[in-house]
Design a protein around this ligand. Structure first.
Ligand SMILES: *[C@@H]1O[C@H](CO)[C@@H](O)[C@H](O)[C@H]1NC(C)=O
Ligand SMILES: *[C@@H]1O[C@H](CO)[C@@H](O)[C@H](O)[C@H]1NC(C)=O
Ligand SMILES: *[C@@H]1O[C@H](CO)[C@@H](O)[C@H](O)[C@H]1NC(C)=O
Length: 459
């Protein structure tokens, strides 16, 4: 029989254990975000995606081309190696290569989606995968119709384990969107924002393609009523693109989606999108107060775009891990991992490493919109070391000699797109930054002239 002394001792040890347990593991969970695989099955053959004549086909890819299967493989395997026990995976589309429609079909695109789904399931077993379409996943490319079609039907077969209930199946079959609740009670809202993309010729004149806005408002209003925590995910992000000076989306859709996000920001714990291939983020504000942050994960594909007059910079393949509080949904940290593509090809082995730990390397407390907003303020000043770091991480740590510069105008555009997701505030921000810098020189000249005339007068 246990004596009184030892009984209290056991309680004491138990209490200590409970305290240290709650301090170190305050119900923290993790999830992966992976995006833009752009798998090129013709790599090293027809090179359908390659934007340059490639003579040296590295085992793991080439900056001018989309991902060979070997890169898809090692990326998913790296996810498993770095963190096998995640609560769920976000996968934000664009699995299909950049190639002309003459090389693609519903069969081919469905085959690519199936194979990558299978690879993820093979590595992660029963871990839920909340997947969304990218604009390249449709056939013909970008042309998502606002109604049911063969691809939605085929994809649903693949994603059935994670899209449950008749209602959500019907939403998916109708518009490629759905909602689901994770085992820890986080509501995932998986959008098909490709319907709003300016390259989609079928939706631009519609009021509400596939009734997705109406559905989204209903889901978010119910989340408010039920005090849920919502995580919004999709491919094409809202906001303004600094390199184009306008949104990816038709202007009315960009404005509408932003309004909805702001209106329901109290229940939105995070937004995770892809599409840009670079590492990026945008802070939503309401009357100047930060209320939500959208994170854009860098792509797996290293592909550099090339359009007349513009060539994209080189970037390495990346995968992203997010740490969050399972109770509040608050994002605690982001760890981005990358693969040094040239080194991996040279070594003949995938060289994955942690690229950065957001809270440590940006010196922020957490990933809240307040913290992210403060980070933007620190990035805004001249010679900001935070901005210099961001600029390198934006293209996933390519070697310094491949890193393109960013002058004051470029930096102003980048900072303005962090802060303003709507067209006119973005434009105002950019023109203020530009006029700010052009007025600086004349006013400095004035000070100099005044100083010189004072000196002259003293003589
Ligand atoms: C998908 O996998 C199947 C079976 O391994 C293979 O036959 C097919 O070619 C793959 N599809 C693509 C687009 O690579
Ligand atoms: C998709 O599947 C539904 C039933 O699940 C069917 O009613 C519809 O006709 C199918 N659509 C196409 C384009 O095959
Ligand atoms: C990120 O950095 C913080 C602060 O140094 C550290 O406490 C945390 O363990 C790091 N996270 C990971 C996943 O390495």
């Amino acid at each position: 029989m246990m004596g009184a002394m030892s009984w209290t001792r056991y309680v004491g040890v138990g209490l200590l254990f409970a305290i240290s347990w709650s301090a170190s593991t305050a119900d923290e969970g993790w999830f992966w975000h992976v995006t833009d695989f752009h798998y090129d099955f013709s790599y090293s053959g027809l090179d359908l995606s390659c934007n340059d004549d490639v003579t040296n086909h590295g085992t793991y890819g080439n900056y001018w081309c989309d991902s060979p299967w070997s890169l898809v493989d090692v990326s998913v395997e790296a996810m498993k190696t770095f963190k096998p026990d995640v609560d769920f995976i976000l996968w934000t589309g664009d699995s299909v290569l950049h190639a002309g429609d003459e090389h693609l079909s519903v069969d081919i695109n469905d085959g690519i989606l199936s194979n990558i789904t299978e690879k993820l399931v093979q590595e992660f077993g029963s871990t839920p995968i909340y997947a969304t379409y990218g604009n390249h996943d449709y056939f013909p490319s970008n042309q998502f119709p606002p109604n049911n079609n063969e691809l939605y039907n085929r994809t649903l077969e693949n994603w059935l384990p994670w899209i449950s209930g008749e209602e959500e199946k019907n939403n998916f079959l109708k518009g490629g969107y759905y909602t689901a609740v994770t085992t820890h009670g986080i509501r995932i809202v998986a959008l098909n924002t490709n319907l709003y993309f300016t390259s989609d010729k079928l939706t631009g004149s519609l009021h509400d393609p596939a009734d997705q806005f109406a559905w989204l408002e209903t889901v978010l209003a119910a989340a408010v009523t039920n005090s849920e925590k919502v995580l919004v995910t999709g491919h094409v992000p809202p906001g303004v693109v600094d390199t184009m000076g306008k949104p990816w989306m038709y202007p009315q859709f960009n404005a509408k989606l932003n309004d909805i996000i702001r209106k329901y920001s109290d229940v939105i714990i995070g937004l995770h999108f892809g599409h840009e291939h670079i590492d990026n983020f945008r802070v939503y504000t309401k009357s100047g107060v930060p209320v939500a942050t959208m994170f854009l994960a860098p792509s797996v594909t290293p592909w550099r775009y090339k359009i007349p007059g513009q060539t994209g910079g080189a970037h390495n393949p990346a995968i992203r891990l997010i740490q969050y509080d399972r109770q509040t949904g608050q994002h605690i940290n982001i760890i981005t991992y990358y693969m040094d593509l040239p080194a991996s090809n040279t070594q003949g082995t995938p060289m994955w490493a942690e690229e950065y730990n957001a809270t440590r390397d940006y010196a922020i407390d957490d990933l809240s919109s307040n913290s992210m907003n403060k980070l933007v303020e620190r990035m805004s000043v001249s010679n900001s070391p935070e901005f210099a770091n961001y600029w390198k991480w934006r293209v996933v740590s390519v070697q310094d000699e491949m890193l393109e510069g960013c002058d004051e105008a470029c930096k102003a555009n980048t900072v303005c797109q962090f802060k303003h997701v709507d067209q006119s505030p973005y434009d105002a921000c950019v023109s203020k930054a530009v006029s700010g810098s052009t007025y600086l020189l004349p006013s400095l000249m004035m000070v100099l002239i005044l100083a010189l005339s004072c000196l002259a007068a003293q003589k």
